[in-house]
Design a protein around this ligand. Sequence first.
Ligand SMILES: [Zn+2]
Length: 78
Amino acid sequence: MMKCQESRELFSLRLDDELELQIVRELEAHLLECHSCTREYEDLREACRRTEAYLAEFRLSRAEKQQIRENVLAKMKL
Ligand SMILES: [Zn+2]
């Protein structure tokens, strides 16, 4: 069973679709049982979506957008 700490470390990778299927399943199993992680994950996903929408207004390269998003995510993981 995955711990909260482990699951939270995976959130940004999950949002970037960079996890193996097996890990995604473990993470999702944890989210089903853990309300605090679910809430945190949804906050992060929402922040991500808003960042994407904001960045879409600018003519940035994919790499630049990725960099900015990583900075945002890093700041949220206090
Ligand atoms: Zn949890």
